[in-house]
Design a binder for this molecule. Structure first.
Ligand SMILES: Cc1cc2nc3c(=O)[nH]c(=O)nc-3n(C[C@H](O)[C@H](O)[C@H](O)COP(=O)(O)O)c2cc1C
Length: 316
């Protein structure tokens, strides 16, 4: 029997639904696999829906990788699992604090050290920089990252710029005023079953002990090359501002709130002015940069990739 530890954090339940679909084939009564789900609980818990200022105030500590403590894990940190799945949403181009806390803790490091790890994310549309940090956290903990699944919200960048914050700040997810519903399409979530089927088949032939991905050919993660530059620039600017805001004081203090308000206005004016210009510039330069972008895309899509060659094999 193969044992699987699932480490997860989800506020609205979207990531939980993704993991439910993915894990269903691994939770069959045949006893071939046993799944333990470890839900991370930060202290204090983050609110959902988010009060506006609290949402912004979570930014500096998230980006700086300075998480709050977690309640003790329910799993014994000395357990040796055959496979570990880590499910996380993206917060401010970073892994959310509970996941950082887990991967930095002695118990978390002990659990993942030397183990194959599959990462699964569901976010608005920007997961590249967060996943790069996940790779680094996993490497520091001695884990072997073998696969990555990434799902993104429905609608174009403008639509999700409206629908995702509306969902997080009000709890309302439905379609409105011509905008699509917020979040990942339900059919995409249900289709995550294919990853569970592929993992079940891979575990049967001990593929988790071999180098290389188990979820290749299943359209596990597709990088949008148009977002690569924005993510890199955004991450750099976030890190600078996170340092300034942390210097300004603890969450909720007057100076920090004033600076946060200033940063928000600055960010929105950048989004309204610089982003449309950069879109035009990128479109103009695309023919020149195409080969370089293709290389970057392939590198960010590693290890699982966006190929679809095995989709038909894991359709049930
Ligand atoms: C504080 C916060 C910051 C977020 N930042 C990003 C982001 O930088 N990029 C992104 O694609 N999604 C971002 N999101 C959206 C989440 O990745 C995710 O789609 C949403 O929170 C629902 O996830 P969950 O309910 O499974 O936790 C953010 C969400 C929160 C709460």
């Amino acid at each position: 029997m193969k044992t699987i530890l699932v480490v997860e954090y989800s506020q609205t339940g979207q990531l939980t639904a993704v993991l439910d679909a993915l894990l269903a084939p691994l939770q069959q009564p045949d006893g071939a696999t046993r799944v333990h789900r470890e839900v991370l609980r930060p202290v204090p818990a983050y609110p959902y829906p988010w009060p506006f200022w609290q949402f912004l105030d979570a930014f500096p500590e998230t980006v700086a990788g300075n998480p709050p403590p977690l309640t003790p894990l329910t799993v014994d940190s000395g357990s040796a699992f055959d496979l570990i799945v880590i499910g996380y949403p993206v917060w401010f181009l970073s892994p959310p604090p509970p996941i950082t806390a887990f991967l930095r803790s002695a118990a978390g490091r002990r659990l993942v050290c030397g183990r194959p790890v599959v990462t699964v994310t569901a976010c608005r549309n920007m997961w590249l920089m967060a996943q790069e940090q996940m790779k680094q956290l996993l490497a520091e903990a001695g884990a072997r990252h073998c696969d990555h699944v990434a799902l993104v919200d429905q609608g174009n960048a403008f639509a999700t710029f409206v629908t995702t914050p509306r969902w997080l700040l009000t709890g309302r997810k439905g379609a409105f005023w011509g905008f699509p519903p917020a979040g990942v399409p339900t059919a995409e979530i249900a289709a995550c079953r294919r990853f569970g089927l592929a993992l079940r088949e891979a575990l049967q032939r001990d593929a988790e002990q071999q180098p290389g991905p188990m979820l290749g050919g299943l359209r596990a993660c597709t990088v949008d090359p148009r977002l690569i530059a924005s993510e890199k620039i955004g991450r750099r600017s976030f890190r600078f501002w996170a340092r300034v805001l942390r210097w300004a004081g603890r969450p909720g203090t007057f100076l920090r709130r004033t600076l946060l308000a200033f940063y928000l206005v600055f960010l929105l004016s950048l989004i309204i002015t610089v982003v449309p210009l950069s879109v035009l510039l990128k479109a103009a330069l695309r023919p020149l940069l195409q080969r370089w972008l293709n290389t970057l895309q392939a590198s960010f899509e590693r290890p699982s990739g966006s190929a679809t060659s095995r989709m038909a094999c894991f359709h049930e």
